[in-house]
Each structure stands twice: as structure tokens, then as C-alpha cells.
Design a protein around this ligand. Structure first.
Ligand SMILES: Nc1ncnc2c1ncn2[C@@H]1O[C@H](COP(=O)(O)OP(=O)(O)OP(=O)(O)O)[C@@H](O)[C@H]1O
Ligand SMILES: [Mg+2]
Length: 278
């Protein structure tokens, strides 16, 4: 079973401030994270004492109601935000705002550079990190092929559909072979058939490169297919409602384990089904 545990907020072994290190070990760790957005007209509490861990090479999926704070959690992991309370760690070091060379991230909105070709959009992160242009373009074409966009390298973002643009965003994150991969509903705009294909491709890529992955999705079946564990969040301000481990046999969509996990997760999300009865 993957090594992902809930860490209570008052964990009893606080990180040593001097070194910025956590006693909780490698991987991505959230320790008692609370977050509120503060504006002139008041404060919006979003995350409430969230603690869990994704160990090295593990895929942790996060599901929860819309607006509960899932993207906020990813932004905290990326160092784009600082939590109001608690700490987040990557490889034992507290995450601070700044560039994390291990990080690849695909946002809900792909945010492509409109003046760059698709190939350049994917390759730019690699050249920034020191790859030659030739090597970066080769890798970009390889990963564009994987996401079903071979032949679109010379197109510009405004020539793409929403689902295609989202796939370029995924390719841009994967091209870096990141050690920490943060995916925010990466297939939300992708049609159902392409989505199934991409889920399979992503699973293969993850098994090869073995990054630590935090994967936000609204699709519970996708979470069961890809995740080692599923973190179910409550409505905002979101707390961890439960963490559900996924075994290999649970991924067989025709098997009883799949229906059981599906029913269990939906129940925690407040949706009753009779999937497991037949
Ligand atoms: N920059 C911001 N300033 C103020 N409030 C924000 C900001 N970003 C998000 N929020 C609020 O925080 C809450 C959580 O937002 P977040 O985007 O993290 O939710 P989410 O779970 O990702 O939702 P969805 O499933 O719809 O993508 C929402 O109520 C949102 O309005
Ligand atoms: Mg979101």
C-alpha cells in the first residue's frame, strides 16, 4: 500500500525553523494547512487544517465540491501562495514562493503564450532550463504526439479548440519530466473519448517517470484509475473528509472493487448511488 498518511495539525514534531525541514520525510506534505483570501471587503476562509502526504512517486487525487479550495491547494504546493497557517513541504523542505526546478504544473486554464507556436509553448520551459533548442523541440514533438497533437506544432493557440489547448498545457508540464507534477482538472475540456485515451497515456508516462503527483479532478472514475490514494475534501472551507486507498484490482471497471470505491467516494461527497448493488 502506498505510504500516504494523514498528519494531524498539531503533529507533535514541528518543523525545525532553522533548517526549514520537516520531520515528515520526502514527497509532498501538507501539515495543518489553513488558507483564507483576504480582501478589503473581508476574508474568505478556503482551507481548514488540511494535512496529508503524497510520498515519492505516488499519485494522490483530490476530489471535492466546486469552489472548496482544490486549486488553492495546488497553488500552495507550487509556491504561488503562502498558507495563512500550517506548512507545506517538498522533499523535506518548506515550500516558499519562488522557482522550484522539480515542478511541472498544468492549470485549469492552460494559459498558453498566444504569440508562440504550440511547439514553442511546450519547448520554452526546457530551453529556459538549459536544453538546446533542437533538443527542446524534439522533446516537444514527442510529447505532443503522446497527447494526440502531432502535426499541430506549428499552429498558434488561437487555432486550437479548448480541449486541444488544454492538451498543450498538459504537454508543457510533462515535457519537463517534473519530479513534482501538479495537475488541475487537466482533462476537463477534453472530449470523453480523447479523455479515456489520455488517461491511459498519462498512466503510462507516470509509471515510467514516477513523479510525485497531485491530481485534482471532478471525475471520480479518473481518480480511481490514476490515483494511489484519493483525498476527499468537504465543502469550503475545505477539510480532508477522508483518504481512500486504491488497490490495483479496484481499477478494473468491471470488477466489484471499482463499484465499491466509487460508491464510497461518492457517499463522502454526499452523493448516494446504488452502483454496488447489482
Ligand atoms: N485570488 C482569490 N481571491 C479571492 N478569493 C479567491 C481567490 N481564488 C479563489 N478564491 C475563492 O476561494 C474559493 C476556492 O477557490 P478554488 O479555485 O481553490 O476552488 P476549487 O475547489 O478549485 O473550485 P473548482 O472545482 O470550481 O475549480 C472560492 O470560493 C473562490 O471564490
Ligand atoms: Mg479549481
Amino acid at each position: 500500500m502506498p505510504d500516504i498518511r494523514i498528519y494531524p495539525a498539531a503533529i507533535g514534531h514541528p518543523a525545525r525553523q532553522d533548517e526549514g525541514r520537516s520531520a515528515t520525510g520526502d514527497g509532498l506534505v501538507f501539515e495543518g494547512i489553513s488558507h483564507a483570501y483576504v480582501a478589503a471587503n473581508g476574508s474568505t476562509p478556503v482551507l481548514d487544517n488540511v494535512s496529508f502526504r503524497a510520498g515519492p512517486g505516488e499519485v494522490v487525487c483530490v476530489v471535492g465540491p466546486s469552489g472548496c479550495g482544490k486549486s488553492t491547494l495546488l497553488n500552495l504546493a507550487a509556491g504561488l501562495l503562502r498558507p495563512t497557517a500550517g506548512r507545506a513541504y517538498w522533499k523535506g523542505r518548506e515550500i516558499h514562493p519562488g522557482v522550484n526546478p522539480d515542478l511541472g504544473m498544468a492549470f485549469q486554464q492552460p494559459g498558453l503564450f498566444p504569440w508562440m507556436t504550440v511547439r514553442r509553448n511546450v519547448a520554452v520551459g526546457l530551453t529556459t532550463r538549459g536544453s538546446s533548442r533542437v533538443e527542446a523541440n524534439r522533446r516537444a514533438d514527442e510529447i505532443l504526439d503522446t497527447v494526440g497533437l502531432s502535426g499541430f506544432g506549428d499552429a498558434y493557440p488561437n487555432q486550437l479548440s479548448g480541449g486541444m489547448a488544454q492538451r498543450v498545457g498538459i504537454a508543457r508540464a510533462l515535457a519537463l519530466r517534473p519530479k513534482l507534477l501538479l495537475l488541475d482538472e487537466p482533462f476537463a475540456s477534453v472530449d470523453a473519448f480523447t479523455r479515456l485515451k489520455l488517461q491511459g497515456e498519462l498512466k503510462t508516462l507516470l509509471s515510467l517517470d514516477k513523479p510525485t503527483v497531485l491530481f485534482v479532478t471532478h471525475d471520480v472514475s479518473e481518480a480511481i484509475l490514476l490515483g494511489n490514494e484519493i483525498v476527499v475534501m468537504s465543502p469550503r472551507p475545505a477539510a480532508v473528509r477522508t483518504i481512500i486507498p486504491i488497490e490495483r484490482e479496484d481499477r478494473d471497471r468491471a470488477g466489484p472493487g471499482y463499484a465499491r470505491k466509487m460508491t464510497e467516494i461518492l457517499k463522502h461527497l454526499g452523493v448516494e448511488t446504488n452502483l454496488a448493488r447489482d
